[in-house]
Design a protein around this ligand. Structure first.
Ligand code: ADP
Ligand code: ZN
Length: 732
């Protein structure tokens, strides 16, 4: 293997290099001369203008069209082994072309950011190793130190020096002890240990595994109810890939939310599993990436960015909770994880396994159409019943004079749950104390200065917070417009629910889990661990509590306001609501006791809620797909939004006009492709001080997609961002 900085083979080669500057002006291939061969994917240092830049060799060739004396020389290779493997290099090219981003930006997806900045280096530690006995008369510390090493073989030198001081070096001098510097890898999840449970697969699980391995289709959708044992199916498929000498990629929406999953993986695969997620420190990320590239780790587990890991010979790719919105990237390139995973599955000739209790309508349609293989797991493990879902009409509660966030039915059930020593989860999709703060006299609503959104009151800090930019404001004592003192808090948030609960059940131990309580890498872990260890009776939280948790003592789930997500300005709001209700409900009754769900709504006849309450995915799907077909929404059409945002309104409007004119030309010449075409303010007109405009389109086919990307990327204004979103999961 070539050492760092050294290159093999003599002879003048021409290298095509992408310089790592993500500017459209330099988005082209530069040619350099190298007197040795450099494998494609290798990072190199090259002269660029007056300075030195990092670049990636993407191709090697014999000759250039430029005269040789005009070409500069590659200065050195940065890594011993190409940072980007052949497959990933091809992928980067496809991503750059598909999403119209500079190649440098596409390549960056494949590297830990820390590596690019050259900030983290490998960490080394010095170990003291026992070599043999040496005389230690009149030196009791040396004798003790030597005895210690004789027994343990070796120890961390720094630790040893703390205990034995200069004796360590004295022993080294005498030849009894050797010092060795060794590379150590940071282990981000040392604390997550678990027992290795090897279980026999249930017949349903075995059938699922078999179907995945037998089918000739690349994509398999595992549609299994919550608690049907999908995880075990994935783990078996991954273990089989390892047995075949292959690697695996396991994608999950947000890994920090599922410590149980982590400990299972660690228990089962030990250090063969590399865990990549956003909460890791720079050094930890780099080390995990390195272990994968070197083949020391052969399973990559992580959120969407883990789809770019440098593994080779991939045997299976799993995309768990495939319906989850976090699989779409919200910064350039705005890729969809499924699309990338599919490319990798095809390249490696392996299966892509999608799993969900509530598949997205688009995915399910593709399974219905026969494009994907479909595996059903309709029953919970051990035939445990799914919890009963009771719809409670909150209008009736209001009529009865109950203005609290809890219906009588929920209070009764909570009381019995607590009395029997069981646990409950209450779900509410709103953090903070109240949703809006308004003046009763004049109707003034407190809003953020930088964003076009109302502020939320946070009781713990006694302040108003903007949930879009995080700015905090002092609580109002009087209305700034009319001077009135009738300030009211409308809409209930998680903080208020906790306060009200504590008043109702003073004995109950209550935990809250939302964006405000889960900061830091350990935030989720801490709360979930406390709840799992029965240190609390009730867990109140936002959609974080809906994700795959498995708490056997939970027998009651309360959904406080099921209508919230129904009225979201988004074509997926029905789908979201169905998914959310099903997922939260699925947390109940996973142990030996049967569970209940209380679903509070102001719209008890709503078809979507009724399907969710009956666990009728098929019913929901047919209802929804018919509506989408009738209205021509995805998957029957594609929604494309070109966003224009900038701090200076004038510049943003200029850019908007320019991109609109280009798009309008498309619209006028290809009218038949457009179901909808208009420019307007984005629903939230300003976020973090940036004005937001959009050209919104609904397209009957994908044929114009490339031209739309071109139109957007051709508009460049100072300090204005213009970008394309396809079927955006958030149209705010
Ligand atoms: P899902 O991901 O489908 O919601 P899980 O994978 O969390 O379901 O499994 C539900 C429960 O069943 C978990 O507690 C898990 O430990 C248990 N389980 C899974 N497979 C088996 C099996 N083969 N035998 C016994 N218990 C199992
Ligand atoms: Zn704000």
């Amino acid at each position: 293997m070539p050492r760092k900085g050294l290159l093999l083979h003599r002879g003048n080669m021409i290298c095509e290099v992408i310089v790592d500057i993500a500017h459209s002006e330099v988005d082209k291939v530069f040619e350099y001369v190298s007197d040795v061969s450099v494998a494609p994917g290798t990072r190199v240092a090259v002269p660029f203008g007056a300075s030195v830049a990092t670049g990636f060799v993407i191709r090697e060739k014999e000759r250039s069209d430029y005269p040789a004396e005009k070409l500069k020389h590659i200065l050195r290779a940065e890594d011993a082994r190409p940072a980007i493997n052949t497959e990933c290099l091809e992928l980067a090219k496809k991503i750059a072309a598909r999403y119209r981003v500079p190649m440098a930006l596409a390549l960056r997806l494949f590297l830990p950011a820390e590596m690019r900045k050259g900030k983290v280096a490998e960490t080394y530690r010095t170990f003291a190793r026992f070599l043999g006995d040496v005389p230690t008369q009149n030196a009791p510390r040396q004798a003790a130190c030597l005895a210690y090493l004789r027994e343990h073989g070796e120890a961390d030198a720094a630790e040893l020096r703390k205990q034995f001081g200069a004796a360590v070096n004295a022993l080294v001098k005498k030849g009894g002890v050797a010092l060795e510097k060794r590379r150590v890898l940071r282990d981000p999840y040392k604390e997550v240990a678990g027992e290795s449970i090897s279980r026999a697969l249930t017949p349903a699980q075995a059938r699922a595994v078999e179907t995945v391995e037998r089918t000739n289709k690349t994509v398999v959708l595992v549609h299994g109810v919550t608690g049907s044992g999908k995880t075990e199916v994935y783990l078996t498929l991954i273990a089989r890939a390892l047995e075949r000498g292959q690697t695996a990629i396991f994608l999950v929406p947000e890994i920090s939310l599922t410590p149980q999953m982590l400990s299972q993986l660690r228990a089962r695969f030990g250090s063969l599993a590399a865990i990549m997620h956003s909460g890791l420190s720079a050094g930890e990320r780099f080390d995990e990436w390195q272990r994968l590239r070197e083949g020391d780790a052969r399973i990559a587990i992580g959120a969407r960015s883990a789809v770019f890991v440098p593994v080779e010979n991939v045997g299976v790719i799993v995309l768990d909770e495939e319906h989850d919105g976090s699989y779409s990237s919200e910064s350039a390139p705005r890729y969809n994880t499924f699309d990338i995973a599919l490319l990798r599955a095809k390249f490696n000739g392996c299966k892509l396994v999608l799993g969900s209790a509530t598949p997205s309508v688009e995915t399910y349609k593709r399974a219905m159409d026969g494009e994907f293989e479909l595996v059903r797991m309709p029953d919970r493990i051990n035939a445990r019943p799914l919890p009963d879902v009771n719809l409670v009409d909150m209008r009736r509660e209001v009529k009865r004079g109950n203005a609290s966030p809890f219906s009588a039915a929920l209070r009764d059930r909570l009381a019995s749950c607590l009395a029997e020593g069981q646990q409950a989860i209450l779900f509410l999709n709103r953090r903070g104390y109240s949703q809006t703060v308004l003046c009763r006299d004049c109707g003034y609503v407190a809003k953020c200065e930088h964003c076009d959104v109302s502020l939320t009151y946070h009781s713990e800090e006694d302040c108003l917070k903007c949930h879009y930019c995080g700015t905090k404001y002092k609580m109002l004592t009087a209305c700034p417009v009319c001077g009135g003192h009738h300030i009211c808090y409308a809409g209930t948030g998680t903080q208020r629910v906790v306060r009200d609960l504590q008043q109702l059940y003073p004995e109950a131990r209550i935990l809250r889990m939302d964006n405000d309580t889960t900061s830091g890498k350990e935030g989720h872990f801490r709360i979930l661990k406390q709840f799992a260890e029965r240190q609390a009776d009730i867990l109140v939280g936002t959609q974080m509590v809906a994700k795959g948790h498995d708490f056997p003592l939970v027998t009651l789930v309360g959904i406080l306001d099921a209508d919230m997500s129904l009225h979201f300005p988004d074509y997926r709001s029905n789908e979201r609501t169905f998914q959310l209700v099903t997922q939260v409900a699925g947390r109940s009754g996973r142990g030996s006791e049967k569970g209940d769900v209380i679903l509070q709504t102001y719209d008890p006849d709503n078809a979507i809620l009724r399907y969710a309450a009956a666990y009728d995915y098929e019913g929901f799907y047919h209802h929804e797909i018919n509506m989408r077909a009738a209205l021509m929404f995805p998957p029957f059409a594609r929604i494309v939004r070109v966003m224009v945002t900038g701090e200076e309104e004038k510049l943003a409007l200029e850019a908007l006009r320019e991109v609109y004119e280009k798009l309008q030309r498309l619209y006028l010449t290809h009218g038949e492709d457009f179901l909808f075409f208009n420019r307007m303010h984005a629903p939230i007109r300003r976020i973090q001080g940036k004005h937001r405009y959009q050209v919104l389109m609904r397209l009957a086919s994908d044929t114009l997609l490339a031209e739309i990307y071109d139109a957007a990327s051709s508009v460049t204004r100072r300090d204005v961002l213009v970008y394309v979103e396809e079927n955006p999961s958030n149209l705010s």
